[in-house]
Design a protein around this ligand. Structure first.
Ligand code: DGL
Length: 260
């Protein structure tokens, strides 16, 4: 059994990192579409074109299930399209419902941070309309966090400055939860904590997504013997430098893993 996980870039590694914790013996294919990142600043039509090629790639490499580890790509693709492929496909959406279920009663507002495509997309607006009964949810586009992540600038002052500017018009004391609505944003939990003086919690869709994958696995799924991951950047096997970058990303994700 092999699970294909893809994202526009290194954001989906946060889903893979969670998958390693929950399914340590599973085999994975990780596909970062580095040629086309960032998706969040492109049109939904363009993104749909990239996704079709990636699904075909995953199926040709015998993925038994595919995870769209990207909120932006999920928001650009329809259910009907996903259902037209011969393997189960699990998408991601910002964990707004989880934020409301866990923290909706504490009188603090909830800030959904994501890419422009996700924030403008109908899917997110329909979701918020459905679950935000007391109008506690605000949204913000933070496209540059994707660029910072892709250049390996995780804990830097430039990121702090960007976040400060992007949120400068808001009263931060009103917020109790940030929904990390883009998988690339997981790298920046410490920057968000600094901005909110430590008084913020996070939700993301990573655990829920892997849980959903687990529910899909047949009971007699053969795992292992010892897992392993094949990595590709836009269809090409990765080289030594890219492998080092992925290792750095994984160690950053391990560093922020317990922050919730
Ligand atoms: N990581 C992706 C997401 O979850 C998008 C990043 C991008 O803009 O490419 O939305």
């Amino acid at each position: 059994m092999k699970i294909g996980i893809f994202d526009s870039g290194i954001g989906g590694l946060s889903v893979l990192h969670r998958a390693y914790k929950m399914l340590p013996d599973m085999q994975f294919i990780y596909y970062a579409d580095e040629k086309h990142v960032p998706y969040g600043e492109k049109s939904p039509e363009e993104i749909r074109g990239f996704i079709g090629d990636i699904f075909d790639f995953m199926i040709a490499r015998h993925a038994d299930a595919i995870v769209i580890a990207c909120n932006t790509a999920t928001s650009a693709v329809t259910h009907e399209y996903r259902d037209s492929f011969p393997v189960p496909i699990v998408g991601m959406e910002p964990a707004v419902k989880k934020a409301i279920d866990l923290y909706g009663d504490d009188d603090k507002r909830i800030l959904v941070a994501a890419t422009p495509i996700t924030i403008k997309g109908d899917k997110l607006h329909r979701l918020v309309e459905r679950v935000d009964k007391h109008s506690m949810v605000d949204m913000i586009e933070l496209p540059y966090l994707v660029r910072f992540a892709e250049s390996g600038m995780f804990d830097s002052e430039d990121v702090d400055k960007y976040l400060q500017d992007a949120l400068s018009g808001r009263d931060l004391s009103l917020y109790g939860t940030v929904v990390l609505g883009c998988t690339h944003f997981n790298y920046f939990k410490k920057n968000f904590l600094r901005l909110f003086d430590g008084k913020i919690r996070f939700t993301d869709g990573n655990e829920g997504t892997i849980r959903q994958v687990c529910r899909m696995l047949p009971d007699d799924t053969e795992l292992g013997p010892d897992g392993g991951t094949e990595f590709y950047f836009s269809g090409e096997p990765i080289g030594a430098e890219q492998r080092r970058f992925i290792e750095r990303c994984m160690s950053q994700l391990e560093d922020v893993y317990g922050i919730e």
